[in-house]
Structures are given as C-alpha cells and as structure tokens.
Design a binder for this molecule. Structure first.
Ligand code: SF4
Length: 434
C-alpha cells in the first residue's frame, strides 16, 4: 500500500542569546513554549483525513532538521513526504527535505510560508502546495504515485466539504490537546497579521461539520481540551449561539482567539462561560500604537480593559497579547508598555515583537521603506528584531524588549497573574495552561 509521511516542524525558537536564555529560565515563557509545542499541526491532520484508500499515512513532529527522523521516515518507504513549517522553522524544513531527497524520497511543502514564497521553497522541495492543502491533496498523491509530481499545486478548499481531520494521530500524548477550526482567515486586515487573508478570503465552516469534529475528538478522550484554531472566532456572521450550544452540550473545555469586542456583549460573555470556554486569547496589540487595517478592532483602551474584566467576571480567563516595536515606539513607550501590562487585569499576557512575515502588508511597507534587516528566516521568531524601528535603533529595541520581557515575566508578575487566574478559573486543571 502506498504510504505518505506527514511531518510538522514544530517548536518555539529564539535567536537572540539573552532572550533565548530568558526563554529557558523564566517559568512563564518556558510553559508557554511547551504549551505551543504540544499543539498538533491541524493542517497535516486534515490532509491525513483527506487521504484516500489505499494510502496509509503516519504523522511525525520534529523540532528541526534531524538525521534520525530522516532515517525513521525512510524506513517506512513512503511514496511522498509532506512537510509543514512556519517561517521560523522553514530553514529546518528545507534542510530535512534535502536529507530526504538525498535518500530518494520526494517532498512537498505547504503552509503559510511556502504559500507566500513558492519560488524559494521550490529550491528545496519537489512540490509546493499553495493555499489550502486538502482540495489539492488527492491530485498530489496521485501524481506522486505516478512519479509525475508537479512543482505547484493550488486548489482553494470549500469548507462545506472539509474532511474530518485524523485527530487520532495526535491523541497518544500524555495530555493531548486538540485543535479544531471553525473558520479560516479573518474579515479584518491588521497590517502585521500573517493569518488574516493570506490563504484566501474569510470562510466559516458549517456547524454540522464542526459538530462531527467535536464528536470525533470526544470519542478519543473524556472531557478533552480543545483550541479553536481560528484567527478570530467571533468576527464572522454565523449564529454564535448555535456554535456555543454545540460546544456546551459536549462538556468540552476549550479556548479560542478573538478581538476585544467579544467581551462587550453580556449575553455572549455569559454563553461563552456556560459553553465551557476557559480562556480567550485577545489581541490587544498596543495601548498607544495603532497599526493600519484594525477596523473595528481599534478601540479606546478603557473599552478593551472593560471587555477583559467582563469576560473574567464571568469565569473566562483572558490572555492579553501585546506587540512591541510598532512604528512610533521609543525606549520610553516600551517602559510605559511594561507598566501598562503589569497593571493589566488579564489572567495571562503574551508579549512579542512586531515581525514582518512574508505576505503581510507590513512587510511590503517595510520593504518599500528599505527597513527590512537581512535576517535568516530562523530569526522570524516573534522574539528577534527583523526590521529597522522607526524611532529608535535596532539595539535600543532589543534592549527595550529584553527589559519588557524581564518585567512582564518576572516572578512577582507571574505570581500576581496566578492569583488572578485562581480567582477567575473554574477549572484548576486548566491553570497549567500558562
Ligand atoms: S483581528 Fe487578529 S486575525 Fe484579524 S486581521 Fe487582526 S490580527 Fe489578524
């Protein structure tokens, strides 16, 4: 039977030596990195679900290029190896692809980075899947089996015909976490966003398919923990009540990503809590800087803080996400950002550096302005400076960001947020999601 190996290049990386050291030593950062690494690559599980008989498939995760993994894959004698990587891990994917091709195994690469940089990717892999993978997948497999793999595949997926992901392939971990997608993209267009519309227009999955996926996950484990792997779950026009009832009926614990508007509707907030939502990852971005394209997400900071408190009063913890280094930022505003975050009532926070990922409006603008640094893709970690800031030097941004990270993830700040989490959380087990 023909076999395909699905390989996710996973893990969080940092290039800057002092920040890398901080990532290893500050508990908040370390736990966050571990939690992210534990999430399976939903795109590959979806391809597994779209794999027709008589094909068989296996799922592998790797932190980077690895000779032992290449040998393990080769031992399965696959007809094809499908790789998935983010920008920061794509150099590892290219290197692994080189090893596999040297062993005579054809490779195909998909994901956001490959979709935005297909010419570059084709220097390292045999084929690139641009955009959604599942619609093109049967043709890719058929061509690989016939030995006539084409360099590019592109076929926009219809979410109304989305295959059921093979969640079982990621269920053998000690504490498995599952990802489930209710929509792709986002109707907003924040300048820095690497997810909004790069893989196509905003689309919502029909409720009956979401319910089918929920049932498949619930059949694998009791009271699963699910991440809604959406870019902005509540930004569309679907009947939110029906989706929440579907989640609530199954007794799952879940978390999601949304913009601040989710917390201004008391009815929705109550429904979220009743439906088992334990955490909302909320893009606050910056209390001062306003990137273009935010649309209705742009708000007075007090409205955002009210939204956070509304959600947490109802028992839904908020992980407030901030971006440092946007245009207008100075060493002084970075210090003010640290003060703001330390006073923020959110149960958890996440701080990253603005990063001009391929395909974003931010990257196009910085390229026009001659402000992109000549970095390797491995520096696109969200923790390394990859562009020339507008109102300070690269070294000033690096120093200011390091000080910000030290302040925000200090033991004292972590302790204060742990207290908030205890007050908010109805599920002590979920407090380990830090
Ligand atoms: S709201 Fe979030 S997902 Fe939507 S465009 Fe902005 S950053 Fe991207």
């Amino acid at each position: 039977m023909p076999h395909v190996c699905l390989v996710a290049l996973s893990g969080v990386r940092v290039v800057h030596p002092r920040l890398r050291e901080l990532g290893l030593t500050l508990p908040g950062l370390r736990k966050r990195a571990q939690a992210l690494a534990a999430l399976p690559a939903l795109g590959l599980l979806t391809l597994a679900g779209a794999t027709p008989a008589p094909w068989t498939c296996s799922y592998h995760e790797a932190p980077g290029d690895d000779e032992a993994l290449a040998q393990e894959i080769a031992a399965r004698r696959p007809v094809l190896v499908a790789l998935s990587a983010l920008t920061a891990s794509v150099d590892g994917a290219y290197a692994l692809s080189g090893r596999l091709r040297a062993l005579g195994l054809p490779t195909v690469l998909g994901g956001l980075h490959a979709s935005m940089c297909p010419d570059e990717a084709l220097q390292h892999v045999d084929a690139v899947c641009i955009g959604d993978g599942e619609a093109a997948w049967p043709a890719i497999l058929a061509d690989a089996r016939a030995g006539r793999l084409q360099p590019r595949y592109r076929a926009p997926a219809d979410l109304a015909r989305a295959p059921l992901p093979r969640f079982d392939l990621a269920a053998d971990k000690p504490r498995p976490r599952f990802t489930l997608q209710t929509a792709r993209g986002c109707p907003l267009a924040c300048e820095f966003c690497g997810a909004s519309r790069l893989l196509g227009a905003f689309r919502e999955k029909p409720l009956e398919l979401i319910e089918r996926e929920l049932d498949a996950i619930c059949a694998l484990t009791r009271r699963p923990v699910i991440e809604l792997a959406d870019d902005n779950t509540w930004a569309g026009s679907r009947d939110h009540g029906a989706l929440l009832r579907a989640l609530g009926r199954r007794g799952v614990r879940w978390f999601t990503e949304a913009d601040w508007r989710i917390g201004r509707d008391p009815r929705l907030v109550r429904q979220l809590a009743e439906a088992g939502c334990v955490q909302v990852l909320m893009g606050v971005e910056s209390p001062r800087m306003v990137p273009s394209g935010m649309g209705p997400k742009q708000a007075n900071v007090n409205e955002v803080l009210d939204s956070i408190e509304n959600l947490q009063d109802a028992g839904v913890a908020v992980n407030a996400c901030f971006i440092a280094g946007m245009d207008g930022e100075t060493p002084q505003t970075l210090e003010e950002l640290a003060d703001f975050i330390l006073a923020c009532p959110a149960a958890d926070v996440q701080v990253t550096l603005q990063t001009p990922f391929p395909g974003t409006a931010l990257r196009r603008r910085l390229l026009r302005e001659g402000r992109l640094l000549p970095c390797a893709w491995s520096a696109y970690t969200l923790f390394d400076v990859t562009f020339v800031p507008e109102r300070m030097t690269v070294a000033e941004l690096e120093r200011g960001f390091e000080a910000l990270v030290r302040a925000v993830y200090s033991a004292q700040a972590q302790q204060a947020r742990a207290t908030i989490r205890r007050e908010v959380s109805r599920e002590t087990e979920l407090q380990s999601w830090e």
